[in-house]
Design a protein around this ligand. Structure first.
Ligand SMILES: [Zn+2]
Length: 427
């Protein structure tokens, strides 16, 4: 049995409670078994070699959850690049991205779509210890209507890439059923458009309520979840009425849909993917020219998104970080930028931004009783951060400050010195 004692940390436990100084955390196997000041190692562990690590006041916090991940989007320039890249190269990139993800402090991840069965294969390999990566809710291809923003090739060219085109309730049921047969933990539905594709702008609603509801029925009958891309107000309305679990974006909601969402806030998670908008505005012109970026309407879009996220946050709707990383101007590794956007742009307190990445992360992973907070009896998914993210949330983006990353009781990263405590059993 592996035992670790983290000594003298500054504990941000993920529940939102006041942080505590001078805290020790004792981990036995994959579980947190004691949290206290100056823990005395229990005599029943006398025969066990214990890793003792002095933290000197560094922050102890739960591992974070990235709630809008695309392991198979690998820093591409165009959506077409994702489609055209052969699956073998895509797989290699995705394996690398899984490792980048956990080494960025995200011990859990909710996939918001993937090429083929790549997520599923990677999740299985991670769970068997063959690959390094986060706990992963694996997804399949994006289920989309004909003419949606991922239906990007001329009609005479058919590419089976990042999307499965399904129109009508029956076709959607068939697609969703086959994705769950393959082993997906959730499915992704593109309910609205996305303005980067000219023929299907963000304001367009591409699926009907009945089509969305068909996917939700199939998922919920199996105890699985539905994740949507939903930017237009009507698309979010369909999601709320149909019982979609995870609403991606949700940024153009009107007052009516805002009220509906608040009323049913315990049934939904909102993942605004703010970094997608912020990064595209910051760096997109470098690749596409300013005119093309202006044409997306993202500048006005970001303002509306921030207004709506601020009021959803104040109304207690669960908003999680997850930023559509995987494009050239929005590369893998930057995931913690979303927490900074929450604080600087949405108006969250740093503590609430951390809660959104940790406690809500446990909930969105369907593991609220096991991960997301540092509490006795929970699984040891833990970060040690050099510095206090409550003073400066952006330090979470600096991988060099992530001194320790533990997942399920095992070190993924440890740059601190380990001393050993070993007491002979009393005769
Ligand atoms: Zn996405």
């Amino acid at each position: 049995m592996k035992v670790k004692l983290l000594k003298n940390g500054f504990l941000i436990d993920g529940t939102g409670k006041q942080p505590l100084k001078g805290i020790d955390v004792l981990i036995e196997g994959n579980k947190i078994i004691q949290i206290d000041h100056n823990i005395d190692i229990p005599t029943r562990l006398n025969n066990v070699e214990i890793d003792v690590i002095e933290l000197d006041g560094k922050t102890i916090m739960p591992g974070m959850t990235e709630a809008h991940t695309h392991l198979t989007w690998s820093d591409s320039l165009y959506i077409q690049d994702i489609d055209f890249k052969p699956i073998e190269e895509t797989m290699i990139d995705a394996i690398r991205n899984a490792e980048i993800l956990i080494k960025s402090g995200f011990t859990s991840s909710v996939s918001a779509a993937a090429r083929g069965r790549v997520d599923i294969a990677i999740r299985n390999a991670i769970n068997k210890g063959k690959l390094i990566g986060p706990r992963l809710l694996a997804n399949g291809a994006e289920v989309s209507a004909s003419g949606s923003f991922v239906d990007i090739h001329p009609n005479h060219v058919r590419v089976h890439g990042l999307a499965i085109l399904s129109d009508g309730e029956d076709a959607i049921r068939k697609t969703v059923r086959s994705l769950f047969k393959e082993g997906a933990d959730l499915v992704k539905l593109n309910v609205s458009g996305e303005s980067l594709t000219a023929h299907a702008p963000s304001e367009a609603t591409l699926y009907t309520y009945k089509e969305v509801r068909a996917a939700v029925e199939e998922a919920h009958s199996r105890g699985k979840r539905v994740y949507t891309h939903a930017r237009s107000s009507d698309s979010v309305k369909h999601c709320v009425e149909a019982g979609v679990d995870i609403i991606g974006h949700g940024d153009f909601i009107n007052d009516e849909v805002f009220e509906m969402l608040v009323e049913r806030k315990d049934h939904h998670f909102v993942v605004p993917a703010l970094n997608w908008l912020v990064s595209t505005l910051e760096d997109g012109a470098k690749y596409f020219g300013q005119e093309a970026i202006d044409a997306t309407g993202y500048r006005e879009g970001l303002e509306i998104a921030l207004f709506n996220m601020n009021r959803l946050y104040k109304a207690g709707v669960r908003i999680l970080p997850g930023g559509d990383y995987g494009f050239k101007w929005c590369p893998h590794g930057g995931y913690a930028r979303d927490l900074e956007h929450f604080v600087r742009l949405v108006g969250m307190t740093p503590m609430d931004a951390i809660v959104s990445a940790t406690k809500y992360g446990g909930q969105i992973m369907n593991m609220a009783d096991q991960i997301g907070t540092i509490e006795v009896g929970k699984l040891a998914d833990i970060l040690v951060v050099d510095g206090n993210p409550l003073d400066n949330i952006s330090i979470l983006q600096n991988h060099d400050r992530l001194n320790i990353i533990i997942k399920d009781g095992d070190y993924i990263v440890n740059t601190l010195e380990v001393s050993h405590n070993f007491k002979k059993p009393v005769a």
